[in-house]
Design a protein around this ligand. Structure first.
Ligand code: PMP
Length: 303
């Protein structure tokens, strides 16, 4: 089946989808994006993603390409046209096409691209096996809370991790504290059972999965601290894991050469994983029921 992309008002074949060479996303990385998981044909945590999108746009003084209700409709249409039940939805807005010049164009028309593809959550083997991370200096700018498409330092860090045989690179600030991964949030569990993740300031992206896992931790009655943690504290932790929309929640079993938790996924990580999974499957069931109801209505009321 051929894939379909939404590009500035049109649904086009994915392999022919393109933007102008003067698009400011292409020229300056002047744009923002979101990645949502799709389960049961529905975007997961859609409102949190759209909230973050609006915040990123507003921080960059960029207009949204469209209001939320039509945007939600476009997202659904892209999922539908690509027949995605479980997968990944990508949306990007840039400051549009203009002659190349640094200041904002006088009449900027925001570009919008949406794509979707099938994908599965990391399989249970990955959960059991866990992943390794390396650490690197965080060389990014000082507004990592904005989800911009300007990802070069993240790309370089991820590549270095892959070349080192690791899944991810944890980035470390000038004072030796872990900020986050190149494309994931970073978590540890101290030897006294406290769950720690960096507070959502300007030095990390406020992950939507991070929010979900924080909620899962509260629901489980786990002691929680949102604060910076030093790399030394991470290497001394009882457990460590990372989170993101596409990686979900993955145990970290080695940081550089230091084995964490005896090299096995920890109990608290496992509890959080299952709590969060339950929330996701409820989401999936709810959307499946909704779709089934819709199908039932449309068959009993043919028009
Ligand atoms: N930090 C960075 C730098 C990221 O790129 C991502 C994923 N986009 C995350 C954290 C995790 O965010 P989310 O849970 O919303 O996918």
């Amino acid at each position: 089946m051929s894939r379909v992309a939404y590009v500035n008002g049109r649904y086009v074949s994915h392999h022919q989808a393109s933007v102008h060479i003067d698009d400011r996303g292409y020229q300056f990385a002047d744009g923002v994006y979101e990645v949502m998981a799709v389960l049961g044909g529905q975007p997961v945590d859609e409102e949190s993603h759209l909230d973050r999108l609006e915040r990123s746009l507003s921080e960059l003084h960029m207009q949204s390409a469209m209001a939320r209700p039509p945007l939600r409709a476009v997202l659904r249409e892209v999922i539908r046209r690509n027949r995605v039940r479980d997968g990944i939805l990508y949306l990007q807005m840039t400051r549009g096409v203009a002659r190349r010049d640094h200041p904002f164009p006088a009449k900027a028309v925001t570009s919008l691209v949406v794509t979707a593809r099938p994908a599965t959550l990391p399989p249970p083997e990955t959960l059991r096996a866990g992943v390794h991370v390396i650490t690197l200096p965080d060389i990014r700018w000082k507004r990592c809370d904005i989800k911009t498409i300007s990802l070069l330092p993240n790309v370089l860090a991820k590549q270095q991790a892959r070349e080192a045989g690791a899944f991810e690179a944890w980035l470390v600030d000038e004072d030796g504290f872990v900020t986050e991964g190149s494309a994931t949030n970073a978590w540890i569990v101290t030897k006294t059972g406290v769950l720690v993740t960096r507070d959502a300031g300007q030095s990390i992206l406020g992950g939507v999965t991070r929010l979900g896992v924080l909620q899962a931790a509260r629901d489980e009655g786990i002691t929680l601290e949102e604060r910076p943690f030093h790399l030394k504290e991470a290497k001394d932790a009882a457990e460590a894991f990372l989170t993101s929309t596409t990686s979900f929640l993955l145990p970290v079993l080695k940081i550089d050469d230091t084995v964490i938790g005896g090299g096995k996924p920890g109990k608290l990580t496992d509890r959080l994983f299952h709590r969060y999974l339950k929330k996701l499957s409820t989401n999936k069931k709810r959307s499946t029921n909704k779709n089934e109801k819709k199908a039932a209505i449309s068959t009993s009321n043919p028009v």
